[in-house]
Structures are given as structure tokens and as C-alpha cells.
Design a protein around this ligand. Sequence first.
Ligand SMILES: *Cc1c(COP(=O)(O)O)cnc(C)c1O
Length: 451
Amino acid sequence: MEKKHYERPHIVRLDAGMPSKAGIRSEQLPTTHIDGIAVTELIEKYGSPLFVLSEKTIRSVYQKAYKAFSTRYPKVQFAWSYKTNYLSAVCNIFHQEGSWAEVVSGFEYEKAIGNGVDPKKIIFNGPAKTWDELVLATENSSLIHIDHLDELYMLIEVAETTSQKPRVAIRVNMDTGIYPMWDRFGFNYENGQAWDALNKIMHSGKLELMGLHTHIGTFIMSANAYAVAASKLAELARSLQQKFNHQLKYIDLGGGFASKNTLKGSYLPGSDTNPSFNEYAEAISSALINSHFTPGELPLLILETGRALIDEAGYILSTVIANKRMSTGRRATIIDAGVSLLFTSFWYQHQVSVAQGTSQYREDTSLYGPLCMNIDCIRESINLPLLNVNDHVVIHQTGAYNLTQWMQFIHLRPNVVLIDEKGEVHIVREKEKLSDVNGPELLPEHLAKIN
Ligand SMILES: *Cc1c(COP(=O)(O)O)cnc(C)c1O
């Protein structure tokens, strides 16, 4: 027998995500528990798939964000972005923490009122408010953020029919160095539209101009873009002060902070690369306090942060239905949670971990959902241990947008549970039944019988 060639053992540095002599980075340790509750127990009791929300995480992430801003700027107010996750339980955790509500439709406005939010603490954004909605928001003294001139003129008309003067801000869009620019909402800064709208408001005398608003985009990976936005709004505030001697109550920088998720095609995990709340807060606060405002004039800073506050608190628990080999020889695992529950899998590489101990052996796998649709793929390529039918997996950081953009397609939607800070589990949205789908349907009489 030929003697084997001796190779000296040596230690190599592992670069995240890069293949090396030691293999490729694989999905870490199993996630057997969430906030102390066993994944298997949750699935046994509430079914699979299952959405799980951690109240502890929601509160601690919020508190971290609030602290980042309040230590750097004297007056800070968060307003919870309803469309990011409008489950009442989630909204009310944020409201208990002190958040106002930020809504973008009449339905969301009603939901905020129903949750018990003081109407004066509701910010009404969006490009499609109706006459009736504007009347209601005006009578309630809510904050109305005007998106376009047609809305501005409608609001001037509304003001003639209401006992209250509408409390308004305008939404401003601008070049912050982020492209494509989100210029379909609001009035442009650079070409003078924003200044024009402000002049129209001030000269009309019919509206109470409270503040300025912008929302520069979503998942913005540059803290500096916010510094640019804050400086431009501060400039508009200065012009208002100079021309009209009008002092604004607030500057609202919208949402858009990146969560810790990893965008598809990213080289490194989002948890390592995305800016922290401290970095965003530093950029924004510096831009505002370094502007012309004297300490007495500093406006309230409003933030409408959505995804960065809730992504981390959401999990989807799912069960393996089958394993198969594709024609290419590639391994595929099919689980019972698909893209109909996980809209964000179209742009995130969601971390997926196994929920039980597994063998050492791992293989590059495609992870599919249960829909009869080719696009139903949760991860095209993920290095996972071999899973057996009925094993469980945990999909991480699913709290933002999935519970509002999910759809009832092929399968009914599952239970959503909240684990409270004491470790008690509450169903916060019941799984759907056939009657939920059939309920709103009406069958014309001539179609009532099929033979
Ligand atoms: C969607 C939205 C938000 C929240 O955005 P995130 O990216 O989730 O932080 C805030 N303000 C407005 C006007 C929005 O449309």
C-alpha cells in the first residue's frame, strides 16, 4: 500500500460567507426554543406553519431605538407604521411604549382609532385619502400629510366645511444620494415644488402648517442619506421662518431604516453590515442640531420606523413535508410555509435554522414551500443539515410586512401567536377557516345548484 502524503495541520481564518478549505459557512446551531418555549410544543399546540411574535424582542428593540435618538436629540417621537404590521396586539405594544400611529389609508386610520390611539397622535400619510377621510381626520385634529396639489386644494375646500382647521404637513421628496429616487410621493425639494406648496398653504390661511415630512425609501443602507434629508428639511424650515415668521412644530423623517435581514445577493450577513440605530441617530441628530435651529426652536423629531423595529421579533415555524432530488441532482426540501406567508423571501435571504439536533452532514439545498407554483421558493440555495419528514425549521426575522402582505392563496392562513414577557403564549390572530373565505361570497341564485 502506498504511503499517504503527509499534510501538516494548520489553522485558517474563516471569512464569512466564503468557501474555504473548511467548507462553506452553514446555518449555525438549531433553534429549539423561542423565548424559552419549545418549538415542538408550539407546533403541537397551535399547528404548523405558525407565526410567532416575541413581545420581549419588540419592546427591547423599540427601547434600543428610542434610546439611540433620545440620548442625541432632546425631543423624539416614534409613530408606528401600521402597514408594516397592523395586528392590534403588535400596534398596542408600540403604543404602550409611547408610539403614535402612522397610517396610509382610511382603513388603517380606523384601525388606529379602534386600538384606542388619541386621534391627535395619528399621522395620516398616503397618496389616496378621500374627501370623507380628510373631513374625519380634520374634525379629529389628526396630522394630515399632504401628498400632492390636488389633495392640498381638496383640503382647502374641506377646511370650509369643518369646525376645525386642518393640521397639516407636506411630504417632501428629494435627492439624498439614494437611487432610484422615490419621487412619486410628495413635493420635490430641488425643483421648488415643495417651496411652492408651502407658500400655497401659508397664503391660503386655511390650514395650520405643523411640520415637514419625508420618507426617502425603505431598507436604506446609508445613514448619511438621512443626514442629507434632515438638512434639506431644516433649510425649508428656515425659509418659512424668514418669509412668514412661522415656526414648525416638527420634522418627520419617515421610516426606511434597514433591519438586520440579509438582502438577496449580499456578500455578508445583514446583521454584520446594516447600520445600527446609533448610526442613523447620529447622522440625523447631528444634521438637525448643527443646522440653524437655536435650542429653543428645535422641532420635535418624528420617526415612522417600521421594519427595523419589528422584523427581528417575528418567526415562522414550519414542518418538513418531503425531500426530493431535482433533475440536476440538487437536494430539495419542501416545507409547509411558502411565499404566500413570506412575501419578504422575494428580496431577503431569510435565515432558516433547524429546530432539532441533526447529523453533521450538510448539503446545499433548495427550500420550497407547499404552493403549486414554481416561484414558491423560500431559499434557492441554503446549506442545511439533512432533514427528515416531520422535522421542524424556524424562519427568522419575519415580523415586518409579512403579516400585512400575506395572502390567502391555496392554503388558509395559520395561527399567529405572541409570547409575552412572562413566557405565556397568546393567539393574537386565529387560523382561518373555510367560512372566512366563503363568508363574504354571494352566489347568484341560478348558480346555487350544479345539476
Ligand atoms: C412604509 C412607510 C413607513 C415605514 O417604512 P419602513 O421601511 O418599514 O421603516 C414610514 N412612513 C411611510 C410614509 C411609509 O409609507
